[in-house]
Design a protein around this ligand. Structure first.
Ligand code: NAP
Length: 277
């Protein structure tokens, strides 16, 4: 297997950091990035750069500096855990900028050279939430559904050029993710308190067990190195099962199943005014 030149976004912590370390140890030419270059300065990789996926000029600068890469791993992402009603525009813009427009910007910057060369791979890190929606994860799941749709269309579009696109789908991962949530000021869900408690109980019942960043990174390593990649790769059999719980059922059957796992609150009494934002 030839060594590859791999650009990874979001390497300051979690999956991106573990992936950078693992790919570099396996002899790949890794370019590790994070918003601040200082956050990746300690990584023993070929190159370390500051790259903010929400900033078009930062992406253009990276493309000018790096030239062509064999593999682009769109890993950077932010989470949000909030009732649909309570998330404000600024947080939603930041979410979509980071999870959707960011990867699209990176694709626009690095795909042309792959296309012209007739080879390359784009690995988008999505989530089980890219195909399954739970209460309080609506906005995050929407951003990952969008990333999955874009990845699927792109896969068809660039296949004739010898470029492959794959979407990786982790369930919960023990990283900094939960400490970096957007809309963190909605942790008091006000009138949605009982719904939030139900959502938490549902999560414990139906989510895949949490993986380590290293376990997820191993799956991404395989997606980087494989001869061919499928459309989607859940990062564990349990993550695949969590997706199949939803995709393997029609809407009505699914809701009956879900409400049977943990019955929803009938009519929440609420916790006061959640505030208007
Ligand atoms: P993490 O530890 O919080 O890492 C997220 C990375 O994204 C950090 O390196 C962060 O770097 C970077 N990032 C955030 N905003 C950025 C921006 N504007 N530009 C460039 N980089 C940015 O979380 P993680 O769990 O490793 O997340 C990695 C991916 O896995 C994400 O796409 C996430 O949606 C997905 N995922 C996570 C879980 C989970 O439970 N943890 C589950 C399913 C999917 P800086 O903030 O230092 O710049």
């Amino acid at each position: 297997m030839p060594n590859r030149r791999v650009l990874i976004t979001g390497c300051s912590s979690g999956v991106g950091r573990a992936l950078a370390v693992r790919l570099a140890r396996r002899g790949h030419e890794v370019i590790a990035s994070a918003r601040s270059a200082a956050a990746v300065a300690d990584l023993d990789v070929a190159d370390r750069i500051g790259l903010d996926v929400t900033d078009p000029e930062s992406v253009r600068r990276a493309a000018r500096r790096l030239g062509a890469v064999d593999v682009l791993v769109n890993n950077a992402g932010r989470g949000m855990r909030a009732p649909v009603e309570l998330a404000g525009d600024d947080d939603l813009r930041a979410l979509w900028e980071t999870n959707v427009l960011g990867p699209v910007r990176l694709i626009r910057a690095f795909l042309p050279a792959m296309r012209e060369r007739g080879s390359g791979r784009i690995v988008n890190v999505s989530s089980v939430a890219g195909r399954r929606v739970m209460p309080l994860t609506g906005h995050y799941a929407a951003s990952k559904h969008a990333l999955e749709a874009i990845g699927e269309a792109l896969r068809h579009e660039v296949r004739p050029f010898g470029v492959e696109v794959v979407t990786v789908e982790p369930g919960p991962v023990r990283t900094e993710f939960a400490r970096n949530l957007l809309a963190a000021d909605t942790t008091d869900p006000g009138p949605y308190r009982e719904v939030a408690e139900w959502a938490a109980e549902l999560g414990r019942a139906v989510n895949a067990p949490a993986q380590t960043a290293e376990e997820v990174a191993d799956v991404v390593v395989a997606a980087v190195e494989a001869e061919r990649v499928p459309l989607r790769i859940p990062t564990s059999p349990e993550a695949a099962r969590a997706i199949a719980d939803r995709t393997g059922r029609g809407d009505t059957e699914y809701e009956e199943w879900l409400y049977g796992v943990v019955p929803p609150p009938e009519r929440p009494t609420g916790g006061g005014d959640a505030g208007t934002r």
